[in-house]
Design a protein around this ligand. Structure first.
Ligand code: RIB
Length: 321
C-alpha cells in the first residue's frame, strides 16, 4: 500500500454510498407483491467513492472530498477509505443525517437498476470546497460526478477554472445542468442514457451520438467521451470521432463498471499517459471488473490488472467520420 506522503494528483469531490445489492433471477416484484430474491450483499459504493477507490487500487493517491452521516455506516465508510490507503482528512461528518445508501437490483444477466438516497452527500457545501483552495491547488485533476448538490459541483468547477486544473466530469446521474459552468471542461463522460437526458438527442446510432456530443462541444467542453457498455466508447472532439471497442469478457455483474472506467481513466491520465491510451486501458479495467460481483470489491489491484491486460490482444481505436 502506498503512503499518504505522495502528493495527490487527482481530487475527487463527490459522493459515497453504502450499496445494498439484491440479486434476482426472473421477475421483479410488482406493486403489492412479495417474491423471493436470490441473494443479497452490502458493499461500499457511490460513484465518487468508487472512482477514487479505482484510482487507489491502481496505485494512485486520490484526495477524497466527501461527506458521511453520523450513523452506523459513516465510520465504516471512512474505515473502508483508510483500508484503501486513502486519507480521510477531507471527509466531513454531517450530524443528524444518514450516510448515502443505494438499493441496487441486479438481474440474472448482471445488469443493474439503482436508487440513490444521498443523505449526507447532499450536505457537502460550496464553502467546504472553497475552504480547501490551497490544498486543491496542489492537484492536477478535479474529478466530479452529480450525486452531490449541484451548487457544490458548480463551485468546484469554478475553482478548477480559477486554479487552471483539468476537470473530468462524469454527469451521473443525469441532471439539468447550467451550461455556463461547463465551459473549459477537459473531459465530459456520460453514458448513452445520460447523453440523451442531458441533450435531448436520441442515441440510437453513432451519428445521433455525435450530434449529442457536438451539442456539448459547443458549450465549450474539450472532449466528450460517451460510454456504450459492451459496445465500447466514442471520443468526440474538434479533431475527429474515435470508437474504442470494449474488451470481451464473461460479465456477471456490471455494477460500478462505469466508475471503474472513469477512475482508471483519470488515474492513467494523471500518470502522464495520453488520452487514447488511457481510454483503452480504462476500458480493459472496467471489463475486468464485470467478471466479479459487487462494486468496489470487483475492482482489480494494479498487479492483477497489469497481468491480465498484458495478455489481451492489442487494439487500435477506429476513426469514424
Ligand atoms: O455507479 C454505481 C454506483 O452508483 C453504486 O455504487 C451506487 O452507490 C450508485 O452511486
Amino acid at each position: 500500500m502506498h503512503s499518504y506522503q505522495s502528493q495527490p494528483k487527482v481530487a475527487m469531490i463527490g459522493s459515497n454510498m453504502m450499496d445494498l445489492i439484491t440479486y434476482y433471477d426472473d421477475s421483479f416484484p410488482k406493486i403489492g407483491e412479495t417474491i423471493f430474491g436470490k441473494d443479497f450483499e452490502i458493499g461500499f459504493g457511490g460513484k465518487g467513492a468508487n472512482q477514487a477507490v479505482a484510482i487507489a487500487k491502481l496505485g494512485g493517491n486520490p484526495l477524497v472530498v466527501t461527506a458521511v452521516g453520523n450513523d452506523l455506516f459513516g465510520p465504516l465508510v471512512k474505515e473502508n477509505f483508510k483500508n484503501q490507503g486513502i486519507d480521510t482528512t477531507w471527509i466531513k461528518t454531517v450530524n443528524g443525517k444518514t450516510s448515502g445508501v443505494a438499493p441496487i437490483f441486479v438481474d440474472k444477466n448482471g445488469d443493474n437498476s439503482i436508487f440513490i438516497i444521498p443523505g449526507a452527500n447532499s450536505f457537502l457545501e460550496p464553502e467546504d470546497i472553497l475552504q480547501m483552495k490551497s490544498v486543491l491547488s496542489g492537484v492536477s485533476f478535479f474529478l466530479l460526478q452529480l450525486e452531490i448538490k449541484l451548487e457544490t459541483v458548480y463551485t468546484a468547477l469554478n475553482l478548477a477554472h480559477e486554479l487552471g486544473k483539468k476537470v473530468i466530469l462524469n454527469p451521473a446521474p443525469a441532471r439539468n445542468l447550467e451550461w455556463k459552468y461547463l465551459e473549459g471542461i477537459y473531459l465530459f463522460a456520460p453514458n448513452e442514457t445520460e447523453l440523451h437526458t442531458l441533450t435531448g438527442v436520441n442515441t440510437n446510432s453513432h451519428d445521433e451520438i455525435f450530434k449529442g456530443a457536438h451539442f456539448l462541444l459547443e458549450k465549450g467542453i474539450k472532449n466528450v467521451l460517451v460510454t456504450l457498455g459492451e459496445k465500447g466508447s466514442l471520443l468526440v472532439n474538434d479533431k475527429n470521432n474515435r470508437l474504442f471497442s470494449a474488451y470481451p469478457v464473461k460479465s456477471i455483474d456490471t455494477t460500478g463498471a462505469g466508475d471503474a472506467f472513469i477512475g482508471a481513466l483519470v488515474h492513467f491520465l494523471s500518470q502522464g499517459q495520453g488520452l487514447e491510451e488511457s481510454i483503452d486501458k480504462a476500458s480493459g479495467y472496467a471489463a475486468l471488473s464485470t467478471t466479479q460481483r459487487g462494486t468496489q470489491k470487483s475492482f482489480a489491484d494494479r498487479e492483477t490488472f497489469e497481468n491480465w491486460f498484458a495478455q489481451q490482444p492489442k487494439r487500435e481505436a477506429f476513426i469514424l467520420e
